[in-house]
Design a protein around this ligand. Structure first.
Ligand SMILES: [Ca+2]
Ligand SMILES: [Ca+2]
Ligand SMILES: [Ca+2]
Ligand SMILES: [Ca+2]
Length: 505
């Protein structure tokens, strides 16, 4: 004891008693987020708000956020930041692709690394299927909305897909059908009643063939409407029954800006046999889209002279191809839409072929002219009428299904049944450069699900390749047999049925 006293005296003249050291422990870090309530459904950007309930220590918190696409263990986002505030708000991009994501959030006291709290948030991206619910407008001709088209279209350029078709005034009325533009949200965008434009026009013009291109180069589509008169004198398609289709009326609706149109009468021939065709394309390859009034056999067309001027004329022979199942899409990838035509000989109601040409040919008409490709590996049948149990090819579309950079062919067929619902099949023909070769079962089939003739393409899972889907469905019959919706995922080794989706419309 005496020694200690001596040392203390040497060090200092004054003896002081040190204050007691009191260690105040930091409050344990606690936080919550806006995504704590369960699995969060994301379509791209993830809104994350972290709220810490603990008092902010003088040195602040380290906020760590780590987002992983768990389907491939790919890191999407990583952040470590020190902040002297009790909350952090972020919009994290990069969750576009279909699948499961995990967000790991850590909040740690900057001065005490052991004072930390962590949580993991499950996030899932279920893709949106851009199909339209046909219950929305039950009187519309939904076939024409979908037929011969490639993917969704947006006429008024407002981001909502549109519907172009027609409706009959009523099931029993002979009055001409009404041309309509509507959209997937149920909006009525434009309506054209031929009777208002030309009150004296004859009744019975029930069917309209519709096509569109930007004829006057103002950035909006213009329409060609071909009204057909028809009178059946027998039963539709029955053997021995005679049918008489008479009369055509064609007008153009030329755009005057967004959804404003000037109707122009082009043809009114009440007593001539009609043609089941009206196709807008640059048929004479001079750079301006023209209006083919009949079919390529007749070659009767309106040559586009520019500035809303057209000249009636006849396309020179030889014609490009035998017009059959068509679509328009950019086949060669030059940014310009090409005309696609799939010819296969057609059988009538007495099983007689329409032509002696037994080829199966896909023709592509582009600004450089026509190219023809044999379609091989399966004998494809096409019928004028569905009688009994037959399989008939009706629609085509194209998509790069094997990821080699060229477009492959999809043929949509119906298999008619007697006294039972029909089946629908989509079949794949791979583009080998010189021809299209049948690849059986490349597109998965399940006849218990919904079926239609026309398949459309869209990158549904947002992985950069085009997937397949049926453009329409019925919300009221989703749970019925053959009512359930699905899409096909492009795996580059086949199109696989996928039942994960959300219906936006
Ligand atoms: Ca729209
Ligand atoms: Ca032209
Ligand atoms: Ca290909
Ligand atoms: Ca895809």
């Amino acid at each position: 004891m005496g020694i200690l006293y001596l040392i203390a005296c040497k060090k200092s003249e004054v003896v002081v008693t040190p204050p007691p050291v009191v260690v105040v422990p930091e409050e344990a870090v606690k936080f919550s987020t806006n995504l704590d309530t369960g699995t969060y459904y994301v379509s791209d950007t993830l809104p994350l708000v972290i709220t810490v309930s603990t008092k902010v220590p003088p040195a602040g918190f380290i906020y760590s956020i780590n987002t992983t696409w768990t389907d491939s263990s790919k890191q999407i986002f990583k952040l470590d930041t020190t902040l002297s505030v009790a909350s952090l708000s972020l919009n994290i991009p990069g969750h576009k692709r279909m699948g499961n994501y995990s967000v790991q959030v850590n909040v740690t006291s900057k001065s005490t690394s052991t004072n930390t709290s962590a949580k993991s948030i499950a996030v899932v991206n279920i893709p949106i299927l851009p199909a339209v619910n046909t219950d929305l407008f039950p009187d519309l001709n939904w076939n024409d909305h979908a037929a011969g088209k490639n993917t969704i279209y947006d006429f008024n350029q407002d981001g909502v897909p549109d519907i172009i078709s027609y409706r009959r005034v009523s099931e029993k009325s002979p009055l001409p059908s009404i041309f309509e533009i509507k959209d997937y949200l149920g909006n009525n965008l434009y309506s054209f009643n031929l009777k208002d434009f030309k009150p004296a026009v004859r009744d019975s013009l029930q069917h309209i063939i519709i096509d569109y291109r930007d004829l006057n180069n103002d950035g909006y589509g213009d329409f060609g409407l071909s009204y057909m008169g028809e009178w059946w004198t027998g039963q539709n398609g029955a053997p021995g029954s005679t049918v008489k289709f008479i009369g055509n009326y064609i007008c153009l609706l030329l755009s005057k800006g967004k959804l404003q149109y000037q109707p122009v009468e082009v043809l009114d021939e009440p007593n001539k046999p009609l043609s089941f065709n009206l196709t807008m394309f640059d048929w004479d390859l001079d750079g301006k889209d023209d209006v083919l009034l009949s079919d390529l056999d007749h070659g009767d067309y309106l040559k586009n002279l520019g500035d809303n001027k057209f000249q009636r004329g006849t396309l020179p022979k030889p014609k490009f191809f035998n017009q059959a199942i068509g679509n328009k899409l950019d086949f060669d990838g030059d940014g310009k839409i090409d005309m696609i035509n799939f010819y296969v000989n057609q059988l009538d109601e007495n099983n007689r072929y329409n032509s002696t040409d037994m080829s199966q040919t896909l023709s592509v008409l582009s600004k450089t002219g026509v190219k023809n490709y044999p379609v091989v590996g399966k004998t494809i049948k096409k019928y004028v009428y569905f009688l009994g149990e037959i399989e008939s090819a009706e629609r085509i579309n194209m998509v790069d299904g094997d990821g080699d950079g060229d477009l492959d062919l999809i043929v949509g067929s119906a298999q008619s049944k007697v006294g039972a619902p029909w089946d629908y099949i989509q079949e794949y023909y791979e583009n080998t450069g010189s021809q299209f070769e049948y690849r059986p079962n490349y597109i998965e089939k399940d006849n218990t699900l919904i079926g239609e003739l026309q398949v459309w393409v869209y990158d549904i899972d947002k992985d950069g390749d085009l997937d397949l889907f049926y453009p329409t469905y019925r919300k009221s019959t989703l749970s019925n047999p053959k009512g359930a919706v699905f899409w096909w995922e492009n795996t580059k080794k086949g199109f696989k049925i996928n039942k994960k989706f959300r219906l936006k419309y």
